[in-house]
Ligand binder design. Structure first.
Ligand code: BDR
Ligand code: CA
Length: 303
């Protein structure tokens, strides 16, 4: 049996973030969710925080702390995403929070935990990387204390906000650049991969048929979200921790564009030059059926 992994989930729920949280909570034998740090992204920080609290309540895991982090990107102002609806969860009926937001700021929480347990904690990043960027600004080698950083963001080709940029990197390109230059062990899951796992009508029906509260809520959220985006982006990060054999990719050099206004937030993925070193494992293939089987099997375990 594999060792249980200690993880912190940095997120901006967000429908697909919510699904990722549920997948993690449903996998307690493999994943010890130490805490959740939230950031502004898909919707404002007030909303991402509230949604994280409600997902924790839905999963019956009120003991998992939710820490609030950055309300704005490192530079410039926040751009939100319409696909998650005005409240960030597609208007789904979710339970009220069962616990208050933790008093410690997310950036302090991330830094303190990484320093206290060097090499042990996996950071799962599902939103703009502002909290991590701010942690690096405080202590520039902080992310090298993570066991690994597995993040959803970027693309080797194309984008979903502009022709070149994916949402999480577009919203805070400066933070993304700090993370990719941090020396941390990085795993990048971009649009090239997440677009291989669209939520179809048949998969939606399968989730609705689970019959538990989590399945009903997941169905409500996804029914709204899938009208505008079908890719199950963020749950891929958690699925990678649970079943890495579903994924494949290659080590590469990734740079984040911050200067050229037309390409801001683009992740430029290059082959490693001979004798050089990469800075990320870039995953680009997933077994879609294996992913959805895992997701449905796990969601069924929740209340
Ligand atoms: C990413 O952007 C957000 O809208 C999703 O939650 C996901 O993290 C996909 O580009
Ligand atoms: Ca997200």
């Amino acid at each position: 049996m594999a060792i249980r992994q200690s993880i912190i989930i940095d997120c901006d729920p967000g429908v697909d973030d919510a699904l990722a949280l549920l997948l993690a909570f449903a996998s307690a034998a493999e994943l010890d969710v130490l805490g959740i740090s939230v950031v502004a992204g898909n919707v404002s920080l007030t909303k991402t925080q509230y949604n994280a609290q409600r997902i924790v309540a839905l999963a019956g895991r009120a003991e998992v702390p939710v820490h609030a982090g950055a309300a704005e990107p490192m530079l410039g102002s926040l751009q939100t995403a319409a696909v998650h609806g005005n409240d960030g969860v597609g208007g789904a009926r979710l339970p009220a929070p069962a616990a208050p937001v933790a008093s410690m700021n997310a950036v302090t929480y991330l830094g303190d935990n990484l320093m206290a347990r060097p090499g042990e904690i996996t950071l799962c990043c599902l939103g703009p990387l502002t909290n991590l960027g701010q942690a690096i600004a405080r202590k520039n080698d902080i992310l090298t204390s993570a066991r690994q950083v597995v993040l959803m963001g970027g693309a080797a080709e194309g984008g979903n906000v502009t022709d070149n940029a994916e949402f999480n990197f577009f919203v805070d390109p400066h933070a993304a650049r700090l993370v990719f230059n941090s020396g941390a062990k990085l795993v990048m899951i971009g649009l090239d991969l997440t677009r291989q796992v669209p939520i179809t009508r048949a998969r939606l029906d399968q989730i609705a048929a689970l019959g538990n509260k989590a399945g009903k809520a997941a169905h409500e959220m996804l029914a709204f979200y899938s009208q505008a985006d079908t890719a199950m982006h963020d749950p891929c990060v958690i699925a990678y921790l649970l079943k890495p054999e579903l994924f494949s990719g290659r080590d590469a050099v990734v740079d984040i564009e911050i200067d050229d206004a037309g390409r801001i937030g683009q992740s430029v993925v290059r082959e490693i030059p001979e004798g050089g070193r990469g800075n990320a494992l870039v995953l680009d293939m997933i077994d879609a059926d294996g992913f959805f089987d895992l997701l449905c099997e796990r969601l069924a375990r929740l209340p």
